[in-house]
Design a protein around this ligand. Structure first.
Ligand SMILES: [Zn+2]
Length: 264
């Protein structure tokens, strides 16, 4: 496993992924969390406590040490009530990684370099083996924006993207000047369509929370949930990046189909 050292700390909190087709469950999402507890030990204890009924597949300590709690073949219980790109049973089709950090409740702080190295190595290993596409690597707050804010605005998504993990295109040069500027009716409609197209849940009850989750991740300087012109521009950039990934996937699928037709 590419030099990645993983220690075992089995959690009882898992069940079947169900719906297994030809022995291969569909696993094509990666969900990143912070633990939001006072220490890594407390988080490990809770994630392995049968009464807590929560878990994840992996946990990464602040020093970069990686624990496996649940086998990837099994469904870990990390996402809870959640939504992404029209789907809601996200525990069934995802791998969950908990990253030790006290979180907003206990003194949210930057993720240390050693920890980010561990996260990067683990993510790379998982997405390579599972072929998880970039637009399906998400934070917990992306898929449960009204309940969750992890891994939060200090999480270094740009660094992971530079390492080929997830989407984080550089913002266009003119975008920052649009911060705080209002949007018109048409721009607003387009922006909300982009938000939904990227994968977020957008309805009357979730719109502001989904915008805040998007900002935490893609414009972390201000995540007030208000749709200003900078956020609208950033939404268009990310939507285009998602569509580019999907277009490449579509093409690859077609090529596979063509070679299948040639053989059969
Ligand atoms: Zn979480």
């Amino acid at each position: 496993m590419s030099g990645l050292k993983i220690s075992e700390r089995p959690s009882p909190n898992h069940d079947s992924r169900g719906d297994v087709i030809a022995g291969t469950p569909r696993i094509d999402m990666l969900v990143l969390h912070y633990t939001g507890m006072q220490s890594g030990t407390a988080a490990l204890d809770r994630l392995c406590d049968a009464e807590a009924r929560v878990s994840s597949h992996y946990l990464v300590e602040e020093d970069g040490a990686v624990w496996r709690l649940v086998s990837e073949e099994r469904r870990a219980w990390h996402a809870g009530v959640s939504y992404w790109m029209g789907e809601t049973t996200l525990n069934t089709l995802s791998i969950g990684i908990e990253i030790v950090n006290p979180g907003h409740e206990w003194g949210y702080r930057a993720f240390p370099e050693a920890q980010m190295q561990g996260v990067e190595a683990l993510c790379r290993d998982v997405i390579t083996r599972r072929r998880i596409p970039a637009h399906r690597i998400v934070g917990h707050s992306d898929i449960a924006p009204t309940r969750k804010s992890d891994p939060g605005e200090l999480f270094d998504w740009p660094r992971l993207a530079r390492a080929g993990i997830g989407l984080w295109p550089q913002p266009g040069a003119e975008l920052q000047q649009r911060r705080g500027r209002g949007v018109g009716v048409v721009e607003r409609a387009c922006a909300l369509a982009d938000l939904a197209r990227i994968g977020y849940c957008v309805d009357a009850g979730t719109e502001a929370a989904s915008l805040a989750a998007f900002q935490r991740r893609y414009r972390p300087e201000r995540w007030d949930g208000k749709l200003d012109s900078e956020t609208a521009g950033r939404l268009a950039e990310i939507r285009q990046a998602v569509e580019a990934v999907q277009a490449v996937e579509e093409l690859a699928k077609r090529d596979r189909f063509k070679s299948y037709r040639r053989v059969n």
